[in-house]
Design a protein around this ligand. Structure first.
Ligand code: ADP
Ligand code: MG
Length: 599
């Protein structure tokens, strides 16, 4: 045995290990391979880039990127695999004026360190008739030789992560990985409308853009022409920066920032600063926790942008970032103003009062439903309640005569309803209770759905299946959710490309008056916000509760209000909705007297 006293504990890692560690920084997952190789093709001046993915049911098997760019000489084709070999910068000063997507010379070496790469390339316009083929495995060059090849470059990556089992195991399902590839490509396509991209998965066309000088064409190709109709142009020129692109009318919004696509100097970036600035431009034009869709291109002096912050280069550091953010907000605001969308209503004053004795709410996440339609004012709740509301209440009705054990709420009498949103009620002890009818019903529904054992969710067949069209990214996520959805009573099946048939829905959702509700529910489920949360069942339950509950803006009869209050008295936690927001506020006589300074 070696003695610790005589043998050094520190040793220098061999080159193969060093390369594998470095590779991990650049090549996190299959999507990073696509990103790096497509960026190389763009840097090589390609006008047309084709991406071919093959996969088994479980995993991605190969990735091939074919471009019609500059191609490489035989010598460069070999050199390209050496770590830190790049044709894009030669000295440190060049870092301040980078016009290419790559510059670190790491991608090809890193990818080849953890896979088997076959590179085929021929120089463009060089009169060469023969191309070069290089085969690299686990970082070792296995073969080089001449081959017939079209001008441009083709890189085939197989057996990704074969020699790094931990990373391989870490890969999510094939569908999740495919979704990541889509997301990355969408960003790249939007940053480069002048290049035609074609993505194929097992020979099926997935995403195609045509060469165009207008980003609107690219947006329409990826997100559909409906989206384009709701976009407003944004343009602003400053001495150090130019902003152009499109942002959505307030009528088109999302509950997350995933469609705020920003390219800085033709590089798709994720920057909370810039995203926040875009949102800021909307001010109160959008409800709290709603975000616009925006497709913006920034041209900033290269000296003000530091892209050398992270190996994946998706994060950038901006000098004068506050100025840039302010300009972004202004540009968006100006665009909105010139389109005359600002309503004159002043922001309502906001008074929040803590509900005494209730559980403290966790950080609330956005509720999917908040669309008041009824006019504001105290209504005596004499209006005829809609049949819809009756059905919804029946779904959560308990057997007559049942009384709540350990009720956490007192018996209440209804005073009236405010704006179709709030029920005003009073308790025996003279307290005033203001109840958010949607939040309360959501809580009731949520607890009932949770209480059922898994798989015991009755579903109702739809007479006519609902057809859903999703974006490709959403398709991949939705596909993964099908089994979990079935557990909760949703029967979905894939029906051709990007299309799903919904055959049955949970009984608790009642009779469907309006099938767009299904579409909205699915949007809620697949939106990235939702994908991030851990527990699929919880997520589905919340969406069912939210969509199945009586909407804000529904005028209810006194009897309906009473039924709702009766039902909430059975809840385990009647005080917050599943998103963590309060369901009701209670004001005792003393509270009111204090507020009116009667004491
Ligand atoms: P970087 O892009 O940072 O320079 P890479 O490892 O991605 O580093 O690529 C190394 C070099 O290989 C590039 O600088 C470029 O000269 C050459 N190269 C890579 N891909 C292509 C391609 N598709 N077409 C032409 N040249 C390429
Ligand atoms: Mg590169």
């Amino acid at each position: 045995m070696k003695s610790r006293n005589t043998v050094s504990a520190i040793h220098i890692l061999d080159q193969a290990t060093v390369n594998q560690i470095a590779a991990g920084e650049v090549v996190e997952r299959p999507a990073s391979v696509v990103k790096e190789l497509v960026e190389n093709a763009i840097d090589a001046g390609a006008r047309s880039i084709r991406i071919d993915i093959t996969s088994s049911a479980k995993e991605i098997l190969s990735i091939r990127i074919i471009d019609d760019g500059s191609g490489m000489s035989p010598a460069d084709a070999v050199l390209a695999f050496t770590p830190h070999a790049t044709s894009k910068i030669s000295r440190i000063d060049d870092l301040h004026k980078i016009h290419t997507l790559g510059f670190r010379g790491e991608a090809l070496a890193s990818i080849a360190a953890v896979s088997r790469v076959t590179l085929t390339t021929r120089l463009r316009n060089a009169g060469e008739i023969i191309g070069t083929r290089v085969l690299v495995e686990g970082g070792q060059i296995q073969e080089t030789g001449e081959t017939g090849a079209p001008e441009g470059t083709s890189v085939l990556v197989e057996d990704l992560f074969y020699n790094t089992p931990a990373r391989k195991k870490f890969q999510k399902s094939k569908n999740t990985e495919t979704a990541h590839i889509h997301a990355i490509l969408e960003g790249i396509c939007l940053a480069h409308p002048g290049i035609s991209f074609r993505l194929y998965s097992n020979q099926h066309e997935q995403l195609v853009t045509d060469r165009s000088s207008r980003i609107l064409d690219t947006i329409a190709r990826i997100y559909g022409s409906d989206v384009v109709k709701d976009l407003i142009p944004v343009n602003l020129s400053l001495p150090f920066m130019k902003i152009s692109g499109y942002t959505s009318r307030p009528s088109l919004s999302r509950k997350d920032t995933s469609r705020i696509m920003i390219a800085i100097n033709q590089r798709y970036v994720s920057s909370t600063l810039v995203t926040g600035a875009v949102r800021e431009g909307y001010g109160t034009l959008l409800a709290k926790e709603r975000f616009p869709l925006a497709f913006l291109t920034l041209e900033i002096d290269t000296g003000l942008v530091d892209v050398n912050v992270h190996p994946t280069k998706k994060l950038v550091r901006l000098s004068r970032e506050n100025e840039i953010a302010r300009a972004m907000s202004e540009a968006v605001k100006t665009a909105l103003l010139s389109n005359d969308l600002i309503p004159d209503a002043a922001a309502p004053s906001q008074i929040y009062l803590e509900e005494s004795g209730s559980e403290t709410a966790t950080v609330p996440d956005p509720c999917y439903d908040f669309t008041p339609t009824a006019p504001y004012g105290i209504s005596e709740a004499l209006h005829a309640g809609t049949v819809m509301t009756d059905r919804q209440l029946r779904q959560t009705e308990l057997p007559t005569g049942m009384v709540p054990v350990d009720a956490k709420l007192p018996v209440m009498e209804v005073i009236g309803q405010l704006g179709g949103i709030y029920i005003l009620a009073t308790t025996d002890s003279g307290e005033l209770v203001i109840i958010d009818q949607h939040a309360v019903h959501e809580r009731i529904l949520y607890e009932q759905v949770i209480a059922r054992t898994e798989g015991d969710h009755r579903s109702q067949e739809l007479l006519v299946p609902v057809i859903l069209h999703r974006t490709l990214q959403e398709t991949a996520i939705l596909r993964d959710l099908i089994p979990a959805l079935a557990q909760e009573g949703f029967v979905l099946e894939e029906f051709g490309r990007d299309t799903f048939l919904v055959r049955a829905i949970p009984v608790v959702l009642g009779k469907l008056e309006d099938t767009t509700m299904i579409d909205e529910m699915v949007s809620d489920l697949v939106s990235e916000e939702a994908v991030r949360s851990v527990n699929t069942r919880e997520r589905i339950t919340r969406v069912i509760a939210c969509r199945g509950a009586i909407k804000a803006g529904t005028v209810c009869t006194r009897e309906q209000c009473l039924r709702l209050i009766h039902q909430i008295r059975f809840a385990k936690n009647p005080f917050t909705c599943p998103h963590g927001r309060p369901t009701m506020l209670r004001f005792s006589r003393t509270d009111l007297d204090t507020m009116f300074k009667r004491t």
